[in-house]
Design a protein around this ligand. Sequence first.
Ligand code: AMP
Length: 282
Amino acid sequence: MPIYLKKEEVESTVHKAILSKRSMGLVPTMGSLHHGHLSLIEKANKENDIVWVSIFINPTQFNDPNDLSRYPKNLEKDYGLIKNICEKIKIFSPNEKEIYGKTPTLQKYDFKKIDVELEGKHRKNHFNGVATIVSKLLTLIKPNKVYFGEKDYQQTQIIKKLICLENINVNMIICPTVREKNGLALSSRNNFLSNIDRGNSSIIYKSLNLLKSNFINSNLKSLRKNIINDINKKKNFKVEYLEIANAETLQIDEKINPKKQYRAFICVRVNEVRLIDNILLN
Ligand code: AMP
């Protein structure tokens, strides 16, 4: 059975683990677990003596109250899924008070603009909220390694900066995106899609691959425009953004510098469900 711990119990368990020099890995999640999350947990399981999985829908990273209120919650199911992986896993699924006290408050950071591009442009303060909760979890659990998914690539760059800014002693491990057979990146939000929309969503990863295979030689501007048009032609689909950005700065460079790495980032709204994905281009 995985053990669910309250905040004080987490503190004492962490203390004992540090004294006995047992290594700890942390997988922060918002629950409604799927095989993407499980791949992170399995990796952490291989690399650490103790694995912490936090399950917390963090209010400060939602700019849209409707998005927050309808975010899927499946705590019992999540416990069951984790139970099937391993017994050494410890779950921390705190309530808001345990994390924030009376009122959830957002910490603001200077992320050198990477927080205001792409997702940050469409979700104001989202990354300050993400950094606030991750900082709290890292301070509480003090893991040796913390695991994140490449699906949220911009988030991984934010956490990298956060670790530097706060001088936190932790090793960040980035794990590959787990996808459905048709290429759609697994996400807790996928459960909101109808079967037809879910099938049509294969166009997202196909489009990213199209950009990748044409990255060097093509007229990217017109290719990007055509891709957006093709996606928008699908019923219920609307591209929120499709950008090619410097993988380190996340800025949209006017000219491609062949010495730098670039990624394509996409967000498509399918009905009201936001689907994001990204791919390394070179
Ligand atoms: P979330 O619960 O959506 O906040 O995600 C928790 C962690 O799981 C984050 O580090 C995500 O990047 C990661 N994750 C979510 N979906 C996937 C996926 N399809 N493949 C790999 N990692 C994922």
